[in-house]
Design a protein around this ligand. Sequence first.
Ligand SMILES: C[S@@+](CC[C@H](N)C(=O)[O-])C[C@H]1O[C@@H](n2cnc3c(N)ncnc32)[C@H](O)[C@@H]1O
Length: 261
Amino acid sequence: MTILKFSGEVAGFYQRYRRGYPADVVDTLAAEFGLTAEDTALDLGCGTGQLTLPLAARTRAAIGMDPEPDMLAEARKAAAGVANVAWLVGADSDVPALEAVLGKEKLGVVTIGQALHWMDHETLFPALRPLLRPGGGVAVITNGAPMWLHDSPWSNALREYLAGWLGKPLVRTCGAEQEEQDRYRASLAAAGFTTGEKVVEYEDEITLEYLVGAVYSAMPEDLLPNPDERAGFEERLGVAVAPHAPFVEPVRVRLLTGGKG
Ligand SMILES: C[S@@+](CC[C@H](N)C(=O)[O-])C[C@H]1O[C@@H](n2cnc3c(N)ncnc32)[C@H](O)[C@@H]1O
């Protein structure tokens, strides 16, 4: 299966420039599901392992599963020297097969970071239940809003620049995100999970290089500026946002939790 959006060069940008998760997020998961060094974690839609690796550091073992081989190749490189992670090529539709693979071994947590919108949550959540130990659960995690959708002068300038580049406006998706979260929550509850929500908030000051890299990491490969156009793209982007430095980004990590009980 090929998912163009995260293939090729984009995977490398994702690994280098996509923000990871602070320790507070893993602490929150550990407290919510009583995670210990005996537990196994599954990070579904793991991408380049931003969440898989901190989870592996807190558990006996972690499985990072993703259908995009290029993302997993970057994850493997980032995990050099880490012995308790397995990277599996697979999608949400492969989850039911894990029940037989895991056998009596039950998972303490299944995390889905910034990836549930690619999955069929209504079939996924019931399929996850038998994989979890009592007291364990699922966490659907949103790692802040896209950096061009904040209400700040540098973010407004970035949004305007990108809209000019793409030839279409970049719309605010906050309302839809809340609707999505409500749908996910109802679907978790329908699958028998006890739902809750936790939030981890902080501010991150980013450099212009990081800002450009994060923009590239969010573009499908066919929309990336051609290599010979990049210097110009980056220079014009810099001119647009530089007057509004420093680039301080508010990051609001939302964890929608579903406890197995
Ligand atoms: C935005 S990235 C998130 C990566 C990482 N979890 C994070 O929080 O940064 C979304 C990932 O979901 C993966 N994905 C897309 N469709 C999927 C599916 N049906 N099942 C599992 N993962 C999927 C993509 O390949 C991509 O690596």
